[in-house]
Design a protein around this ligand. Structure first.
Ligand SMILES: Nc1ncnc2c1ncn2[C@@H]1O[C@H](COP(=O)(O)OP(=O)(O)OP(=O)(O)O)[C@@H](O)[C@H]1O
Ligand SMILES: [Mg+2]
Length: 567
């Protein structure tokens, strides 16, 4: 018998546990851990998974007082719009899933699997009912079906097996997603890490089409697996509410939300990355980057380029990545903050950016420091591949300067120009040594982000602007660049790359100048004569309209007569 609502918390909890135990006995819900910290998956839930499951104590601790209420709360969902968008394929998938797995009455009534209405009473009974309802999908979570093509170390592969067991909350979220048709089946782990596991999944849209591959990132909520997330979230306006220190579950939810939102920004800016599809608490469903059989693209670290022009391919990838970094900064207002060959996937000369949960906005107090770290990682990696890399400082300026292109092919052209205007002797040993020194200096330079962070504001003010690392963040520089753009609009090709290179302005630390500014947008940049004639035309139009206007007194009279008639 389902438990009845009761005001007494203790009694209610006991009833809930008893009910869960009953369900567990019937094989519907996973039982609580027994024999210390060993999970004992129910035969239904883990029917195809191997019998592993000894989890470290810490992995279990956070689940001790596990409740599932928030899992059935639709307020914690993002990407739900996909499901309700009539043009979305997810709709089809949802209907298909519902038809396949009962709930026929719900489908007929047009009720979504997880109702958006919150129960007003008997919450626990409702949660348990939903848990029981979801258990019919248990066989579709088959984590033993691992697809690994990448050269990962043995340690990690072993960990992948040991982590086949999901905690109950995560399992419920996954079952819910299956129920809603977001995915149809969940397969093995693509990757298991300290902070998150990524699983492969498939979504069947209709009976005869090939399934769509999906990736599901599950963030870990265990205490011991936390890294210093605070430094990424603190100081960013999107997370002003605070980082929810001390509450792991909330913190991880925030983290997943950050990745979802950042991915969405990247995707809408046209940067190659997995499209985020659905977020529920700490579980994120996204586009799968890999082949149709479910094998993920390799990380850039593991990419094996083939052909006679491998060197050229590496160089092109380098140029492509610098362009992406500028686009990320200028269009998305983001710094990746963990960019390296581990967080970039590669396929067919295309780079895909992943793992943006720690990416920060411009206004983050350490964004420039993170950017400099990203540049270092990228340069170090490509130098190891034999690419003639640009100076860290040059790239930093290239990324941060507001003026200039933000899309291909102009971005690549601008980078090629950076090579062209580089001091001529860049290939000599001496120049290489000099480059290394400059990189070292730049990497250790202090980058203030606000005026408050300057040690000696007067001393800084005396320095030539071009000596400042943060020169592109100075308000007057940004304004000056904009002004130059306005003036540039009067003599059309002033400030173009060729001019800059020819006049020698583009050498050394002046690379920011070599962007082709192009025609500035916005009304204030329109030609003065155009503006005047437009104003005149609008005036004329208004005058004509006034001629047809009924005088106020006449209008009033007309209104009053019609109202009287009605009466
Ligand atoms: N959308 C995707 N499609 C295919 N594979 C993916 C996708 N997202 C992630 N992966 C794979 O999962 C791996 C880990 O993903 P990610 O870098 O996002 O996790 P992580 O936060 O680094 O986890 P941890 O730090 O705990 O290792 C990646 O290296 C990649 O191989
Ligand atoms: Mg990663």
């Amino acid at each position: 018998m389902p438990p009845v609502w009761c005001a007494n918390d203790d009694l209610r909890r006991r009833q809930q546990l008893r009910h869960r135990r009953d369900l567990a006995r019937q094989g519907l819900v996973n039982q609580r851990p027994q024999d210390g910290n060993v999970y004992n998956p129910s035969p239904v839930m883990e029917s195809t998974a191997p019998a592993v499951g000894a989890l470290p104590a810490a992995d279990y601790v956070h689940d001790e007082d596990e409740d599932l209420d928030d899992i059935f709360d639709s307020a914690d969902e993002s990407g739900h719009d996909l499901l309700h968008n009539p043009s979305s394929d997810l709709n089809k998938a949802y209907n298909r899933q519902s038809q396949l797995h009962g709930s026929a009455s719900k489908v007929a009534a047009g009720v979504p699997a997880s109702s958006t209405q919150k129960p007003t009473a008997n919450t626990f009974a409702s949660v348990d009912d939903q848990v029981a309802e979801l258990s019919k999908h248990a066989g579709k979570i088959r984590l033993d079906n691992v697809k690994q093509t990448q050269e990962r170390d043995k340690d990690k592969a072993d960990r992948a097996t040991a982590e086949l067991v999901l905690d109950q909350r995560t399992r419920m979220i996954l079952l819910q997603m299956i129920n809603q048709g977001v995915v149809s089946e969940i397969h093995g782990a693509i990757s298991t890490g300290k902070e998150a596991n990524v699983y492969g999944a498939v979504q069947y849209l209709d009976n005869d089409s090939t399934p769509i591959q999906r990736a599901i990132k599950v963030y870990k909520t265990a205490i011991l697996v936390f890294k210093d997330r605070e430094r990424y979230i603190a100081g960013e306006h999107r997370f002003k509410r605070g980082s929810e220190k001390g509450n792991n579950r909330k913190m991880v939810k925030l983290w997943a939300e950050k990745e979802f939102r950042n991915l969405r920004r990247l995707h809408s800016a046209g940067i190659a990355c997995p499209e985020p599809l659905r977020l529920k608490l700490h579980v994120l469903v996204m586009e799968f980057l890999g082949d149709k059989r479910g094998y993920a693209f390799p990380r850039l670290r593991d990419a094996r380029l083939t052909g006679d022009d491998v060197d050229e391919q590496w160089k092109n990838l380098y140029v492509q990545l610098l362009g992406i970094m500028r686009r990320l900064y200028q269009v998305c207002s983001l710094v990746h903050a963990d960019l390296s060959e581990y967080n970039i996937l590669y396929n067919d000369n295309q780079l895909y950016i992943i793992d943006v949960s720690q990416s920060v906005e411009h206004d983050h107090p350490r964004s420039l420091e993170f950017l400099r770290m990203d540049i270092k990682n990228v340069n170090d990696f490509f130098r190891r591949q034999g690419v003639d890399t640009l100076l860290d400082r040059t790239i930093f300026n290239f990324i941060t300067v507001p003026e200039g292109p933000v899309s291909e092919p102009e971005l690549s052209k601008a980078i090629e120009r950076l090579y062209e205007v580089r001091p001529a002797a860049a290939e000599t040993d001496e120049a290489v040594a000099e480059m290394e020194v400059d990189n070292e200096v730049f990497r250790n330079q202090y980058i203030p982000q606000t005026l408050d962070e300057l040690y000696d504001i007067e001393k800084e003010a005396d320095k030539p602007v071009d000596e400042l690392v943060y020169k592109h963040m100075l308000a007057d520089r940004v304004v000056a660049d904009k002004k130059a753009g306005e003036e540039g609009s009067q003599s059309s090709d002033e400030g173009s790359v060729d001019d800059a290179a020819a006049s020698g302005k583009g050498s050394g630390d002046e690379e920011w100048f070599i962007f082709d500014k192009g025609a500035p947008r916005g009304k204030k940049h329109e030609d003065k004569d155009d503006k005047r004639s437009h104003k005149q035309a609008v005036k004329e139009e208004k005058r004509e309209k006034r001629k047809e206007k009924i005088p106020k007194a006449v209008k009033k009279r007309l209104v009053s007569t019609t109202t009287r008639k009605k009466k």
